[in-house]
Design a protein around this ligand. Structure first.
Ligand code: AHR
Length: 502
């Protein structure tokens, strides 16, 4: 058995946590929208065709913000096809996922769904096949109260009040050669800058996200961020990062993949700050990790180019216990940089690499990855505290040297609670954990949940939707301001405490 010591002090905080780090993402892709959140013929659907069982799980998951409508889909999408009378909406080709788009679900439907699911919408502008004009028309449709063409079109479609969408992504993965309308950094930043300027002329109350890199391994990573930010710095608020991790059949390495996210976040911050220094700016750019997850991406093969289908099955990964532990660890990485990561979206929300799964004629269910997200969203509130970790190291070829134990602590002064999120990344060894919480008294154990199993390949699925659920045993021990617990191999855990200041 290994040993890990963690030291926390109430006075040493990192930052307030922006609740938008518990975001997710719905794309017109595969069965995320259709048969996922929207299935009008379903016995589970409400009067708007939204699956009620899915909405209930979205609420339980604790999602705060949802990005829409894509993703790669975005760059070929004309939002005007998805408004107005459903029977008049055209069916179009979706080039990104080689499928048919019926447009039976569009902008107004998403806004209605967001309200019912109690999430903030985060919208994305098509800067691949559309541009400034399309962006301004859309913003007028969603945000403007005036006697003008697109504002009145919204009213005519039954939505009198503007939606006041605050957060907008300026395109999707524009650095990726796979993206429809892909551009180099200079051309993209000219377009993004023009669109940002125009949008701000229409609505001053916006937060704009400029595209960063599609992943850390992009050959343009770093140069892209530098050039794009040099050209748009004063016009935007956040820069995006996207990242997906997979096991490559090696669970020990996989359990350490969040170290790559740590590097990625730190590098983007450093590049943004270098531009800040060059421009002698007072403004700090923050990060929007608006696509992250586990995804066996190398198993994905583009659709066969023969058929054009409505809502085909695309990347419906069935997540196992190892995936769940990794998702918990990626959330720890996100919280650790809560000073800079202000928004993050688990990609995606339903069916497509998602924590929630739905099949026609069956109630929706939770994948293994649902649990670390829901507990982190529930208990990871208030502020993050500097969390010093002493544990053994491990070295792997893919991720280099890393600690076997990773953790973050949060403190919510309002509810007088603190939470320790901790992961044991050793495949073989348990860890004896001891956490010293300086500056706190009267510590009591409120709740504890752990995920981990000697069989890391177990999953939840249609036949067995509840095979994997968290172990809720309250086994942590408290002695004064020291909390101790056992961390089984390859496990994630949250220890939720009542605390007083002192
Ligand atoms: O989430 C799946 C896809 O991954 C998105 O459409 C794209 O933005 C990313 O490459």
């Amino acid at each position: 058995m290994g040993k890990a010591n963690i030291y926390v002090n109430r006075h040493f905080s990192i930052s307030d946590i922006d609740k938008r780090v518990y975001g997710s993402f719905t794309e017109h892709m595969g069965r995320c929208i259709y048969e996922g959140i929207y299935e009008p013929d379903s016995e589970f659907a409400d009067e708007d065709g939204f699956r009620k069982d899915v909405i209930e799980l979205v609420k339980e998951l604790g999602v705060t913000m949802v990005r829409y409508p894509g993703g790669n889909f975005l760059s070929g999408y004309d939002w005007k096809d998805g408004i107005g009378a459903k029977e008049e909406r055209p069916t179009r080709l979706d080039l990104a996922w080689h499928s048919l788009e019926s447009n039976q679900f569009g902008m107004d439907d998403f806004m209605k769904w967001s309200k019912k699911a109690d999430v903030e919408p985060m919208m994305a502008m098509n800067l691949g096949s559309a541009g400034l004009r399309g962006a301004l028309d859309l913003l007028e449709y969603t945000n403007i109260d005036a006697d003008s063409k697109w504002a009145q079109e919204r009213v005519a479609n039954g939505h009198k009040d503007p939606y006041a969408v605050q957060v907008w992504c300026l395109g999707n993965e524009m650095d990726g050669p796979w993206q429809l309308g892909h551009k180099n950094a200079l051309d993209y930043s000219k377009l993004a800058g023009d669109v940002a300027r125009g949008m701000r002329q229409m609505d001053r109350n916006l937060e704009l996200v400029v595209c960063g890199s599609s992943n850390r391994n992009m050959p343009t990573f770093g140069h892209w961020e530098e050039e794009v930010l040099e050209n748009t710095y004063d016009l935007v608020d956040h820069i995006s990062l996207h990242t997906y991790y997979e096991s490559y059949g090696n669970n020990q390495e996989f359990l350490l993949c969040s170290t790559d996210l740590d590097y990625f976040i730190n590098e983007v911050c450093n590049i943004a700050d270098a531009v800040k220094a060059k421009l002698r700016s007072d403004k700090t750019i923050t990060l929007s990790l608006d696509e992250w997850n586990v995804w066996e991406i190398s198993k994905y093969h583009a659709q066969e180019f023969e058929k054009w289908e409505l809502a085909p099955r695309v990347i419906e990964d069935e997540y196992n216990v190892a995936d769940s532990v990794v998702v918990g660890n990626l959330l720890i990485s996100i919280l650790r940089r809560s000073d800079r990561v202000k928004m993050a979206c688990l990609a995606q929300l339903v069916n497509v690499i998602a924590p929630i799964r739905a099949e026609v004629g069956h109630p929706a269910w939770r994948q293994t990855t649902f649990y670390p997200f829901s507990y982190t969203a529930k208990y990871g509130r208030g502020k993050t505290l500097v969390t010093r970790i002493e544990s053994d190291d491990i070295t792997t070829e893919r991720y280099g040297k890393a600690k076997l134990v990773d953790a973050i602590t949060t403190y919510d002064a309002e509810s007088k609670t603190a939470s320790i999120f901790v992961v044991n990344r050793s495949l073989t060894e348990s860890q004896e954990l001891s956490v010293v919480l300086d500056g706190f008294t009267g510590i009591g154990l409120l709740d504890q949940a752990s995920i981990g199993n000697s069989n890391l390949s177990l999953t939840n699925n249609l036949e067995n939707p509840n095979r994997i659920t968290p172990d809720m045993t309250k086994s942590a021990k408290i002695d004064g301001n020291v909390v101790s617990a056992n961390l089984p191999p390859a496990s994630w855990q949250v220890i939720h405490l009542s605390v007083s200041e002192g």
